[in-house]
Design a protein around this ligand. Structure first.
Ligand SMILES: *Cc1c(COP(=O)(O)O)cnc(C)c1O
Length: 403
């Protein structure tokens, strides 16, 4: 039997060496390595500036704070995502508005998205599931069309003069749409470097914003620095420079900064990323060749004008219910294969039920969840592992009664 984990980190000696160097450098928290990682992320994405923080969740939350989103405001997101896309809306005191997915889709139903916009809507958090970008042309059309409803409460909202589009691209670093990389399309885009993501720093995240939307890059960057480090006018590195001890606290803020130890990890991961992405795409190809003949629905990772980052291998098995889906997951586990479900719709969780959400209002999201299984997709898999997973999946499908 093979033992196939779901998404182990791909860590080489290179990362070990760079992290050791950072540890011994005399500076382990936010400093030169974090600044270098920010520059490298911005270069990779193709934007002027990036901010690295301790998680993508922090990046999303601070984006909403910088936009001045707070109580009395509404933010729309998908019902079919990880809790972080929605919890951040609650963190800033705004109202979460969930939109159902379109039939047979992992993306929001864009007609329902348009209907969900009110004069209180300040932002849309779109989710680039599995690393495939949403239909941003459509989203921006909706935002333009609903411009007359928008009420700007502050300077930055006035600059936009419309709802701000924030991409939860936790999965989507390196994804492309119409020749543009994730990070160049939505107004703000957040990435995750959590342990299971395409590149990792164990915990970490980044946020970028689009060039040429009228934002002053230095001002935005400064806001992220203040919000993520106690509202302190100088970071610890700047304070440590000769005689420069004095600082101000501008407001009681948060503590979301990235450390240089983790940035050194990320720098190596990012330098390896083109190679890792290539391998992910090969693995997807291998999977597709073997999964399609099984009569299982696959998720398209590439097409005429898009390429995903190949983050998750999502399949749906026609005609089965939740119980049968879970049986297959157990059968695969018995063969040493770890799988997952992306996602259990948020209205099914206690936290969101207590906020008044009800899964009956999101039937498409439920239908999507009912027969979904996520197969292992990561760069430690060899070709034979994929063959093994596919043959065990075939066996599990055959064993299903009444199919
Ligand atoms: C992982 C993930 C996040 C959160 O990322 P962190 O870096 O762990 O905060 C947010 N949204 C989605 C869709 C994710 O998968």
């Amino acid at each position: 039997m093979r033992l196939i984990s779901f998404s182990p980190p791909d860590v080489t000696d290179k990362e070990v060496i760079e992290v050791s160097k950072a540890l011994k450098s005399g500076w382990i928290t936010t400093g030169p390595r974090t600044k270098e990682f920010e520059q490298k992320i911005a270069e990779y994405v193709g934007v002027n500036k990036a901010v690295c923080l301790n998680s993508a969740t922090s990046a999303l939350e601070l984006t909403l704070r910088i936009l001045g989103v707070s109580s009395g405001d509404e933010v729309i997101t998908s019902s079919y995502t990880y809790t972080a896309s929605a919890s951040v809306i609650d963190h800033v005191g705004a109202k979460i508005v969930f939109v159902d997915t379109a039939p047979d889709s992992y993306e929001m139903d864009y007609n329902k998205l348009a209907d969900a916009v009110t004069e209180k809507t300040k932002a849309i958090i779109s989710v680039d599931i599995a690393g495939r970008m949403c239909d941003y042309e459509r989203i921006f059309k909706i935002v333009e069309k609903k411009k007359n409803l928008f009420q700007a409460d502050n300077k930055i909202q006035k600059i936009f003069g419309r709802i701000t589009v924030v991409a939860d691209a936790a999965h989507a670093l390196g994804a492309e749409q119409k020749g543009k990389k994730a990070g160049q399309i939505a107004d703000f885009t957040t990435f995750s470097f959590h342990a299971v993501k395409n590149i990792t720093t164990a915990e970490g995240g980044a946020v970028v914003w689009k060039n040429d939307i009228g934002l002053d890059d230095e001002w935005v960057y400064k806001q992220f620095m203040l919000y993520s480090l106690h509202g302190q006018s100088k970071d610890a590195f700047a304070k440590s420079q000769k005689g420069a001890w004095e600082y101000d606290i501008i407001y009681p803020a948060y503590k979301y900064n990235m450390t240089d130890i983790l940035a050194s990890f990320g720098l190596v991961q990012l330098s390896r990323y083109p190679e890792l992405l290539k391998r992910r795409r090969q693995l997807i190809q291998l999977y597709n060749e073997r999964i399609l003949p099984l009569g299982v629905e696959i998720f398209e990772h590439s097409g005429k004008d898009f390429t995903s980052s190949g983050h998750l291998y999502l399949i749906r098995i026609p005609g089965i219910d939740v119980e049968q889906r879970n049986q297959i997951i157990v059968k695969l586990a018995e063969e040493g294969i770890a799988t997952n479900v992306h996602y259990k719709p948020l209205p099914m969780f206690t936290a969101y039920k207590e906020l008044g959400f009800c899964i009956e209002d999101y039937p498409n999201a439920y239908a999507q969840y009912r027969n979904e299984i996520t197969l292992p997709l990561h760069t430690l898999l060899c070709d034979e592992d994929v063959v093994y997973v596919c043959s065990k999946l075939e066996k599990a499908l055959e064993s299903l009664t009444c199919r």
